[in-house]
Design a protein around this ligand. Structure first.
Ligand code: HEM
Length: 249
């Protein structure tokens, strides 16, 4: 169990009690997950460029362009790796929730060094984090055990006929909001903005945060809509796989 020393409300440095390396682990794993999600969204959104673009991305991750034939196990390997970082991040974060909660309450009671909006952001992050734990696990397990079922038709069938779109919708909003706030807090904590710029710097950082979140939310919604439309059109041929024109001839 964690030991608590000193007076929590005495100064801002006591914000993150507990071993410092846990903080680094939480921030580091969070940053890796955010970067992964940016890449993930770009790859998944290849469907917006057309079915052939998405097909090529899916085959690329199966190593087809290197080995000459697809190895879906490579995808499972990547999923296992991402899942590990995800679990690590969740465990460290959960461990810190009660202590952080006590600190925030104290801060607020003691005439609040931090603005209320910061506390609200923290609460949103706790809630979206819990949602993510549930929904991301379902998605990751699905990808882990069905690595070969990724492609324009296979994915669209899953999204529409497999009824995964409601889960993706909630997962998308949660992950973008959670990652955006997480990145914002990391930028403050790790001093990516000039501390002397004070409230103005923080305000600017918030605008950047919303721009990033807005971009990936819009891209994600468009992408999801594209899979839903394709899945709807393909609803009478569920299970049939997409074959590119040149291969079909
Ligand atoms: C290596 C691990 C992962 C792989 C291989 C993967 C793969 C995919 C694929 C192929 C799709 C397209 C839909 C489908 O085929 O069902 C998709 C959609 C999605 N994934 Fe992942 N995913 C991974 C990890 C994650 C994680 C960790 C999250 C979030 C915590 C996530 C969130 C989403 C969301 C929100 C969508 C819907 C896309 C949209 O709404 O635009 N994925 N993923």
């Amino acid at each position: 169990m964690e030991k608590h020393h000193g007076h929590a409300a005495s100064n801002a440095a006591t914000m993150n009690r507990g071993p410092a390396w846990l903080d680094v682990l939480q921030g580091g794993s969070g940053l890796v997950l955010v970067l992964f999600m940016w890449a993930h969204m770009l790859f998944v959104s290849s469907i917006l460029l057309g079915v052939d673009a998405m097909y090529a991305v899916a085959r690329m991750f199966e190593g087809e362009f290197i080995f000459g034939r697809p190895y879906p196990l490579l995808v499972s390997g990547a999923v296992a790796f991402v899942s590990l970082i995800f679990v690590l991040h969740a465990i460290v974060a959960i461990r810190k929730i009660p202590a952080s909660y006590r600190e925030y309450r104290l801060f607020l009671r003691h005439a609040s060094i931090f603005k209320h909006s910061e506390t609200r952001l923290w609460l949103v992050q706790v809630i979206t984090g819990l949602v993510l734990m549930l929904l991301a696990c379902a998605h990751l397990y699905q990808m882990l055990v069905n690595p070969g079922a990724i492609g324009p038709y296979a994915s669209a069938d899953r999204v529409w006929s497999g009824r995964w779109w409601p889960l993706y919708l909630v997962l998308l909003v949660s992950v973008e909001v959670h990652g955006g706030i997480g990145l914002y807090r990391l930028a403050l904590k790790w001093g990516w903005v000039n501390p002397r710029s004070g409230a103005a710097g923080r305000e600017q950082l918030r605008r950047v945060k919303w721009a990033i979140t807005g971009f990936f939310l819009a891209l994600g919604l468009l992408t999801l809509a594209a899979y839903m439309k394709l899945g709807y059109e393909h609803r009478h041929n569920v299970g049939e796989r997409y074959v590119p024109q040149q291969q079909a001839e």
